[in-house]
Design a protein around this ligand. Structure first.
Ligand code: FES
Ligand SMILES: [Fe+2]
Length: 432
């Protein structure tokens, strides 16, 4: 449970908010690289942390992220002419390169004027199939993160993004909440039996124990979170890593998430799978994987979970019953949704665009949820009070999610060699 004040502090990420300031200290994925316009193509409008931007590639293929409003007198650069080496505002013709250089100011006679000013652009990098941006103060830019999936070839990686119409924290909660898997995704997990996809093989055991033992340890990057389920004489431990402020390494070991606020009531939910051995990014493996979890384009579009459809009639809402298929449910399906992604989204969205946490009743199954609140609030408060932001110095290349069997007396921490508790109690355990 959180006070209304702390809830606001944790959830709101607009410019000038404490959490917004904290988030702007990190490199964040802002869109899939594949969704960027082609070289010298039309500029594309996006929103991140409640701010509007224009994404574009110049004729050399260099990506750029521009503040939406023209430096001169604020017309939208969404209207700009794409002219190869820069974007030209249609109002008075000022032209800007992707690095912020002002190339032309045709309504100003002084040819030196353009050299004294700089366009509003932000540092961007393409890595791991995503476009990353740094939206914070220039002198505080951190090193670019080296997440493990960035090291593999594109053919060995699948990235996908879903738009979810609720605050980002609600989506992250679902990622550190193992006990919902056996219940909410019961029908999906039942379908994993005998399926050849790695994802199916790694999750199929979860259908057999609905009340795992949950523990969480605070670490330098956020927290490690384990769900331990009975597995014959032994126990199966699934360990996720939450990396502040919005990243999760899934216990499957080959799946990573980022949940980046679009604004306070909408977020981009990025997924990346990667494999050193298999070319999972090539068809048909890629599409099989995406379709299995409901991240294929037709399914996302059906539920209004793409940038183009998230404001449309098909988006989940109270008015349309969150697009639940009651006939499918009566026919035996647990939820009446197409797949995992839609089930998670329905629960997150239906709890409110920005959930009130002063009314909730957490249980022992929710230890990681409390940890999440604590970790996020630590970031927000550090930013607000001018302190060092936890996790900013963490080496994310070493962060893993993992799972494995542990013997009767064995500690789950042996599965995460880099585990380092930074403060608080070593563990909080509970049986639901
Ligand atoms: S408003 Fe863009 S050039 Fe004047
Ligand atoms: Fe889920």
């Amino acid at each position: 449970m959180l006070s209304k004040e702390d809830n606001e502090l944790m959830c709101r990420t607009g410019r000038g908010s404490a959490m917004g300031d904290a988030m702007r200290r990190f490199w964040l994925p802002v869109m899939q690289a594949a969704d960027l316009p082609a070289a010298a193509g039309e500029p594309k409008a996006i929103e991140v942390l409640g701010e509007k931007f224009i994404a574009w590639r110049d004729q050399q293929g260099r990506p750029g992220l521009f503040a939406e409003h023209c430096l001169h007198r604020g017309s939208s650069m969404q209207l700009a002419r794409a002219e190869g080496d820069g974007l030209r505002c249609i109002y008075h013709g000022w032209k800007f390169a992707v690095d912020g250089q002002v190339l032309e100011t045709p309504n100003v006679a002084d040819p030196k004027f353009k050299e004294r000013i700089k366009g509003r652009t932000y540092p961007v990098r393409e890595a791991g199939g995503l476009l990353w941006a740094y939206l914070g103060a220039v002198d505080e830019q951190p090193a670019f993160p080296a997440w493990p999936f960035m090291a593999v070839d594109d053919a060995h990686r699948i990235s996908a993004a879903a738009v979810v119409n609720c605050n980002y924290v609600q989506v992250i909660e679902g990622l550190v909440d193992s006990s919902h898997l056996t219940v909410l995704h019961a029908s999906g997990l039942a379908k994993t039996n005998g399926v050849e996809l790695d994802f199916a093989k790694k999750t199929t055991h979860m259908q057999f124990d609905a009340s795992p033992t949950i523990e969480a340890d605070e670490t330098d990057f956020g927290f490690h979170y384990v769900a331990i389920r009975k597995s014959g004489a032994n126990r199966m431990a699934r360990i996720a890593s939450f990396v502040a402020p919005c990243f999760v390494a899934n216990p499957n070991g080959d799946l990573w998430f980022a949940v980046v606020p679009v604004n306070d009531e909408r977020c981009n939910f990025f997924h990346v799978w990667w494999s050193n051995e298999k070319a999972i990014g090539e068809e048909p493996l890629r599409m099989q994987q995406l379709a299995f979890v409901g991240l294929d384009e037709p399914t996302l579009t059906k539920y209004g979970m793409t940038a183009a459809t998230c404001d449309g009639e098909q988006a989940m809402s109270r008015r349309n019953g969150y697009r639940q298929d009651r006939a499918q449910q009566r026919a035996g399906h647990w939820t009446g949704y197409d797949s995992f992604t839609q089930e998670d989204a329905a629960c997150s969205v239906s709890s409110g665009a920005l959930r009130d946490r002063s009314q909730e009743m957490l249980s022992a199954a929710d230890i990681a949820i409390s940890r999440l609140y604590r970790s996020l609030l630590a970031c927000a408060k550090a930013a607000r009070d001018g302190q060092q932001i936890p996790a900013l110095q963490a080496d994310v290349g070493k962060v893993v999610g993992t799972f494995g069997e542990i013997g009767p007396g064995e500690d789950w921490r042996s599965l995460v060699p880099h585990h380092k508790i930074v403060s608080g109690k070593a563990a909080q355990a509970g049986r639901v």
